[in-house]
Design a protein. Sequence first.
Lengths: 276, 275
Amino acid sequence: MSDNTATLTIPAVTLERVSFSIDDNQILSDVSFKQPVGACTCIIGGTGCGKSTVLKIAGGLIVPESGAVLIHGKNIFWFSEKQEEALRKVTGFVFQNGALWQNTSVFNNVALPLQVHFPELPQNEVQKRVRALVEELGYYETLTVRPAELSVGEQKLIAIARALITDPEIVFMDDPTANLDDDSIEHVYNKITKLRKRGVTLLIATNNEELLYRFADYIGVMKLGKLEIFGCYEDVIENTAVSMKGTLQRLKRRGRRVCEEEIIGDGSEMSNRSDV
Amino acid sequence: MFIENLYNIHNTCYVNILELTGKKVRTSIYSLLYALGFFYNVLKAIGGFFKKRQVGYKVLVMQILFTGFEALIINVVMAIAIGAAVIIIGTGFLPQFGQTKLMYQILILIITRELGPLLTAFVVTARSGTAIATELGTMVVNNEIEAYIASGINPISYLAVPRLIGVTVSMLVLTIYFNIFGLLGSFTVVQLFKAIPIREYLSNLMQVLQLKDIFLGMLKALIFGMIIAVMSMFQGFSVNRASTEIPVAGIKAVGSCIVLIVIADVFVTVIQYVG
C-alpha cells in the first residue's frame, strides 16, 4: 500500500482482509485497503474480477465471510439500527444497473431518500431539490413517468441523482458512466468535480480511463477477486506488472497530472488537481 | 453377478431416495424456521411503522386497494354462488328428513365459519400471494432491495409491514363481505328458483347465528391473512440472483400458503370443537 494512505489519520472507508464467496465460488480473497477522507479511489479490473462486490461490501450491502469494513474507523456490521440509519444518511450508492424502484415514479425514486431522512422538508422544497439535481445531471424530461419508460442511460442519471440527493459525505459509484452518452458523461464529470470540491469521499468501480485520469487519487487494481495493487495514482500507473496493463500504460502516456495540492479542513485531507 | 448388480442398484436407489427425502424435509423445516424469524422481525417493525411519519402509508393503501378492493367482485360472486347452492340443496334435500331448519345452521357453518375465510384465503393467495412473491423476487434480482437499504429505507418497515397489514386487513374485510353476500345475496338468487319469504328466511337465520360463528370466522381470516402475507413475502425475499427463480417463488408461495392455511383451518376448527 502507498505511504500516502499510512500518513492519513482515520480513513473514510477501510476494508480489512475481506473475503467473500457464493456457494463454492470464491469472489473476493483477502481484500484490504484504506480510503482516505475526501479522496477519490477508483477500483479497476477485468470483467467479473469482483469490483462491484468490493463496492457493495464497502457500502455495507453485503456481509463478507471474513474480514471487517470500517467507516470512519467503526465496523459497520456491528452498528445498531440507529447508527446504520445515520450511516445511510451520509452515504450514497449508485448501482451498476441503476436499480431504480420500478413500482414508483422517477420523482419518487429521487425524492424518497430525502423524504425519509429529512421528513421536516416541505413538499415544494423536495420538488425543487429533485428538479435542480436531475437537471444538473442533464435530465430535463418529466419526472412523473415510471423508470421503465426511460432509456438505460436516463435511468443511470436518475440513479446517480438518487444517491446524491441527501448530499452524502461518502459516495459509492458502480460504473457511473456506463450506458451514458458523451454529453451525459460530461454532466456526471461536472457533478463529480463539485463533489470533490465539497470534500466528498468517492469510491468508484470503473474502467473508464477519462474518469481515472480526471479524478482518481488512488487506484486499486483487481484480478480474480484479489487486489493486486492499491496506491496513489502516480504510483499505480508506473506499475505495469499488474493486470489492466493497457489502461495503466495509456494513463502513463497521458503524462503526470499538473498539481497536487492539499486542502486541510475538519481534520480531513484531500488532494486536488488544477486540471480537474 | 447380474443379481448382485441389481441388488446394488436397488440399494443405491433406496439410499438416494431416503437421502433426498431427508434433505427435503430438513430444508422445509429450516425454511419454516426462517419464515418464523422473518415473521417475528415484521411484527417487531409494526410498532415503528405507526410511530414514525412513514412514507410506507402509500404502499399500505395500494396493497389494500389491490388485495381487498380489486378482489371484491370475485369474492362476492363466489359467496353468492355458494350460498345459493347451499340453500337450493338444503331446501330440496333436508325436508325429506323433516330437518328444514337445519339448512340455516348448515348455511352459517359453511359460509361464516368454514368456506368464507377459506375460499377468500384461496382467492387472496392466488391473486395477491403470487403478486407479492413475484414482485419482491423481481426487486431482489434487480437490486432494488439493496437500493432501499443503501438509501436508508428499511425494506422490512417499508415493504413488508404495509403488505402484512394490507393483506390481513383485506382478508378480514373480504371475509365480512363473503359472509354478507353468502348469507343475504344468495337469498335473492334463490328467489329465482324457489320463493322463500324474506321475513321467514331472516328470522330463521338470526335464530341460529351466534357471535361465536362470526368471531371464529374472523379469527381464521386474521390467521390466513398473516400466513399469506408472511409466506409470500418470505418466498419473494428468498430469491437470490436469477430471474428464473421469480416464478418458482410464486409457485412456492402458493404451495406453502395453501398447505399452511389448511393446517391452520383444521387447527382452529379442532380447537373450537374440542374446546
